[in-house]
Design a protein around this ligand. Structure first.
Ligand SMILES: Cc1cc2nc3c(=O)[nH]c(=O)nc-3n(C[C@H](O)[C@H](O)[C@H](O)COP(=O)(O)O)c2cc1C
Length: 210
């Protein structure tokens, strides 16, 4: 199936078949795709929590405006951001680059300092906003990978982040939930299964400059 057909196949699932489980291989693919997502300066300020515990998933329903996808999906992915991006995080990145690529401090030292200064001069709100944007890039990447891998999914902003943080004790981990992605298999009787895509025509959303 070509990529456009895969993207047409994907839709935001409203009802998952709760009896079907994704294989470990599929979940491993999603973990690797998450890790390979591009992030600003490579800082990876996003963490992915993968839940496959029905009892726990059921507890998400009331904090997700009673959207059942969180409980009926095979796995519930919660994307979280680090509460802050610190100088230590930036140093960790550059140290990893040195270890991975053998780059010398002479080459990266100036950039390391510039980046640390840049982040120090931002407000914590701006640092969180930047991390938030990276989470949306992860979501987009995972949605496409799901489509290619024939994994059904539903991107979700519709949940109360503070309640999810409490449920998963995220404060203790210095994390904040920002997005969810239940994944699994669509139910045959999902009302949205097989409905036409609602999209503006290309000539209304794309401007070509030659
Ligand atoms: C960031 C984001 C948040 C969304 N939140 C929800 C949600 O909470 N519940 C839901 O059922 N769909 C949610 N959606 C799905 C959109 O409504 C859906 O993608 C859009 O209507 C286009 O339909 P399609 O994805 O089926 O092609 C969300 C989509 C995105 C990108």
């Amino acid at each position: 199936m070509d990529i456009i057909n895969s993207l047409k196949w994907r839709y935001a699932v409203k009802k998952f078949d709760s009896s079907k489980k994704l294989s470990n291989d599929k979940i491993e693919t999603l973990k690797k795709a998450f890790n390979l997502t591009a992030t600003s300066f490579g800082l990876q300020p996003v963490k992915m929590i993968v839940i496959s515990n029905k009892e726990l998933q059921e507890k998400f329903v009331e904090h997700s405006y009673y959207q059942r996808q969180v409980a009926d999906s095979s796995h519930l992915i919660v994307l979280c951001i680090n509460n802050d991006t610190t100088s230590e995080d930036i140093n960790t990145y550059f140290d990893l680059e040195k270890e991975t690529r053998g780059t010398s401090e002479d080459v990266i030292g100036t950039f390391r300092k510039q980046l640390i200064d840049m982040y120090k001069n931002m407000s914590i709100n701006d640092r969180q906003l930047s991390a938030n944007k990276q989470a949306y890039i992860v979501l987009g990447n995972l949605l496409t990978v799901c489509a290619v891998e024939k994994i059904d999914s539903c991107p979700m902003e519709g949940f109360v982040s503070t309640k999810v943080d409490e449920l998963l004790n995220l404060k203790e981990l210095n994390l904040k939930s920002v997005l969810m992605l239940p994944v699994g298999y669509r139910a045959d009787d999902d009302v949205m299964n097989g409905t036409k895509k609602v999209r503006k025509p290309l000539n209304q959303t794309i401007i070509e400059i030659n």
